[in-house]
Design a binder for this molecule. Structure first.
Ligand code: X2X
Length: 347
C-alpha cells in the first residue's frame, strides 16, 4: 500500500514538473545547458514588444521539447531598469537573450543611431528596405562584432510626439515644452533643434514624471501609448509626425549560443525569425491599415490626434536637418548613404 502510494506521488510530481516544462521526465538536459535562460525586455506582454518575447520563448520551448527554457524579465529588471546598460549586460552574460530597441543599444553601438536619424524612414516600406536588405545585414555584422549574436528583426514602431499642453502643428509649438527622451544624445540634439527642452530618463522614470507634470511630453510608438495608457498621465495631444522608428533586434549571448547543439541553435534562430515576423505584424496592427483604426480608439479617450500635411511635416524635416547631417558623420557616412539609397529604391 505504502509503496503504491509513494510511487503515485512520484509520478504525479514528475508529471507536474514535466507539464510545467521545468524538467522533462524522459530527456535530461545536454551537458552545459542551464535549467533556465533569462530574456531581457523593456516592456511586458501587454505590449507588442513583450508579446514578441513570449512568442519566441514559447516556440523555443516547444521545438526543443523543453531543453531550452526561457524566462522573461520585462522592465529591464536584470539591469535595474536602466535600458541603456542592457547591451553591456548581454555581452557580459548577465542577460542570456534579449529583444532590444536599437535606441537603447546606441550608447554602445553608435551605428544603431542610424534608425534615429530624423525623417530617414518615411513609411513602413522604408523600414523594411533597411532591416530586410543589405543595410540590415551590415548592421547585424556590427552588432555581432560588438559582442552579441543577432538573429532577427522586430519592431517597436514609429515614435509619435505627445504632450499635455497643446496640439503640435509646427516646430514653434514645441518651444519650451519639457520632453522626456530616451538615452541616446542624438535625441537631445533633435529636440533642442526643435526648440523644446529635452530631458533624458529611463522608461521606468518617464511614467511618474509624466503623471506629476515634471515633464510635459514624450515620444513613443502608439502601441506603447495605448498599452501604457499614457492618456491617463495627461498625454492628451498626439502628433503623427513619424520622425523615427526603432526596430528591435533579437539577440543571444555568444557563450550561451556556443553551449547549444547545432540543432538547438537552428531551432532558436528559426524561432526568432518566426517570432520577429509575427511581432512586427502585431506592432503595426491598427496603424498600417489605411484608416488606422488604432487612432480612432485613442481619440475615443479624449485625445486630440493631429495629422500633418506634407508641407507641415516638411517644416520639422527642415528644422532637424542640421542634426541629421551632424549625426550622419557619427553613424558613419557610408552606412547612411547605403540606407538613403535603399529607402529611395524601396518598392
Ligand atoms: O523608453 C522608451 O521610450 C521605449 C520603451 O520606447 C524604449 O525602450 C526605447
Amino acid at each position: 500500500m505504502m509503496k503504491v502510494r509513494s510511487f503515485l506521488k512520484f509520478t504525479v510530481a514528475a508529471a507536474a514538473l514535466a507539464a510545467a516544462g521545468v524538467v522533462s521526465a524522459q530527456t535530461a538536459l545536454p551537458p552545459g545547458y542551464k535549467a533556465e535562460y533569462k530574456m531581457s525586455l523593456v516592456v511586458g506582454t501587454a505590449f507588442p514588444w513583450g508579446k514578441g518575447g513570449e512568442i519566441w520563448a514559447n516556440l523555443v520551448k516547444e521545438r526543443t521539447q523543453g531543453r531550452i527554457n526561457i524566462k522573461l524579465y520585462p522592465g529591464v529588471a536584470l539591469v535595474q531598469g536602466d535600458q541603456t546598460r542592457e547591451f553591456t549586460a548581454i555581452r557580459q552574460g548577465v542577460i542570456d537573450l534579449a529583444i532590444g530597441s536599437t535606441i537603447n543599444w546606441s550608447p554602445q553601438i553608435k551605428e544603431l543611431n542610424l534608425f534615429s536619424l530624423p525623417f530617414l524612414m518615411p513609411d513602413y516600406k522604408a523600414i523594411d528596405a533597411l532591416t530586410q536588405g543589405d543595410v540590415g545585414k551590415q548592421v547585424f555584422s556590427i552588432v555581432d562584432k560588438a559582442g552579441a549574436l543577432p538573429l532577427a528583426w522586430g519592431e517597436n514602431g514609429y515614435r509619435e510626439i505627445t504632450n499635455s499642453k497643446k496640439p503640435i502643428k509646427t516646430p514653434e509649438d514645441m518651444k519650451g515644452l519639457k520632453i522626456r527622451v530616451v538615452g541616446s544624445p542624438l535625441f537631445l540634439d533633435t529636440f533642442t533643434a526643435l526648440g523644446a527642452n529635452p530631458t533624458q530618463m529611463s522608461w521606468a522614470d518617464a511614467q511618474p514624471a509624466l503623471a506629476s507634470g515634471a515633464v510635459d511630453g514624450q515620444e513613443n510608438p502608439m502601441s506603447i501609448f495605448t498599452a501604457a495608457k499614457l492618456h491617463t498621465v495627461g498625454q492628451k495631444n498626439v502628433t503623427m509626425w513619424g520622425y523615427v522608428a526603432d526596430p528591435l533586434i533579437f539577440v543571444v549571448n555568444k557563450e550561451v549560443w556556443a553551449s547549444w547543439t547545432p540543432a538547438d541553435q537552428a531551432i532558436v534562430r528559426q524561432a526568432a525569425l518566426d517570432a520577429g515576423k509575427e511581432q512586427i505584424a502585431i506592432a503595426r496592427k491598427g496603424l498600417a491599415e489605411a484608416d488606422k483604426p488604432l487612432l480612432k480608439e485613442i481619440a475615443a479617450f479624449g485625445v486630440t490626434i493631429t495629422q500633418l500635411t506634407p508641407a507641415e511635416r516638411e517644416a520639422f524635416v527642415k528644422a532637424t536637418r542640421p542634426v541629421y547631417d551632424k549625426w550622419k558623420t557619427q553613424v558613419g557616412a557610408g552606412l547612411v548613404d547605403a540606407a538613403e539609397k535603399a529607402v529611395a529604391a524601396r518598392k
